[in-house]
Design a protein around this ligand. Sequence first.
Ligand code: BTN
Length: 283
Amino acid sequence: MSLAGGMIAVEALRTMLADRGARIGRAVEYHASIGSTNDRARELAAVGEPEGLVVLAGEQTRGRGRAGRSWHSAPELGLYLSVLLRPTGAGERVPLVALAAAVGVASGLRAASGVDLRIKWPNDLVVDPPDGSRRKIGGILTEGRAGVEGVREVIVGVGVNLNHDSGDFPAELRESAGSLRMERGRRIDPTGAALALLEGLERWYVTWREQGDAPVLAAYRDLGVGLEGHAVRVAGPGGSWTGVTAGLSEDGALRVRRDAPEGGTRGEIVAVRFGEVERVEET
Ligand code: BTN
């Protein structure tokens, strides 16, 4: 077990965010233990909490990941937080909020840790060394709700492995999961990491609101891994199929050229919006 965890200094975090006049973090609710910070943020959104609320937890007992998976949320080793946003506009813009969040979180954590953190579409935070030993360091679960007048709320839930050793992960994750500490070789201060993460999120959310999609897409392409020319398997609502990535589309979908059927010619390009995309060995 790692001894290098550590409590987040919530009061200090609140003060630093308030001093900076930040929109994200104008209110910070802390729970030593909670089911899921996303669920709590959704409850507060439903009773009219304004944009910028952060729900932070020392541990989660029912942390949720994408595609119905659970999120391993060991006490005090990771960051577990959710941010309530209320972007205006139509629902089709929500995927871009998710990409802006990924860019913001990744750039904030890069600055705080010095780790070359990258984004695997859509919202995984990974390290991706040239030897192919990609490890997942964090993930983002973005959940939106729309009303007749457009998007009502978006909850950005972020889980980051900060101070885990490999023995802190369940056996089935040990091959694929990593932490900032494992990468950096030193303990990562959770308060500094949370502050940097929230600042990055604020910077890129405001950029998206004020300047639109283009700068977010450009930054995402810079930080993204495997967006172009990588053999992948896509598992989505329509089953599982293979292809080669062909870039990010302007609405945030991953373009994948489907492998041609046996004896067939070039496959069509599919814009993947939902589903899981995993790298496969090229044949
Ligand atoms: C993924 O599957 O990669 C996304 C993981 C998101 C986990 C975070 S931890 C804080 C927030 N609360 C949750 O229940 N999930 C998100």
